[in-house]
Design a protein around this ligand. Structure first.
Ligand code: AMP
Length: 121
């Protein structure tokens, strides 16, 4: 499956410095910042700097260095945001995953009990 990437998405604009973000952490290949509409006391987003739309896109086309850097950045954010009591990591993809911003991101949510993983649909 070919992967599309829209360079006008809002996280691409953050990466280009065209709009601001509340930065949590930055590495060579990744950036973490606070979600603009937090759904928990801790709600950070970690994104790769490269043009990857979804997790499957990233897993197929990112370099080993980008993949390692991304997950190390997630670990650093968990440490710095103080989610020792636990957290939830969420990655939405495309239409059925209800992905709003088409640039790969992992939500790190914590600071309170997160409830069941999915609402029964
Ligand atoms: P998703 O549905 O997984 O694509 O989630 C996208 C997330 O990006 C949502 O939780 C939004 O609140 C968040 N978001 C959208 N625009 C911004 C922004 N400019 N800065 C920080 N977070 C944003």
């Amino acid at each position: 499956m070919p992967f599309d990437y829209d360079p006008e998405n809002i996280f691409a604009k953050i990466l280009r410095g065209e709009i601001p973000c509340d930065k949590v952490h930055e590495t060579e290949h990744s950036l973490a910042f606070r979600d603009i509409r937090p759904q928990a006391p801790v709600h950070a987003l970690v994104i790769p700097k490269g043009p990857y739309a979804t997790l499957d896109h990233f897993c197929e086309e990112a370099t080993d260095a980008e993949i390692v850097d991304f997950w190390r950045c997630v670990g650093q954010v968990c440490r710095s945001e103080g989610v020792e009591d636990g957290f939830r990591a969420i990655m939405n993809a495309r239409k059925n995953g209800v992905q709003e911003v088409p640039h790969l991101h992992v939500h790190i949510l914590g600071g309170r009990p997160m409830g069941r993983m999915l609402d029964p649909a």
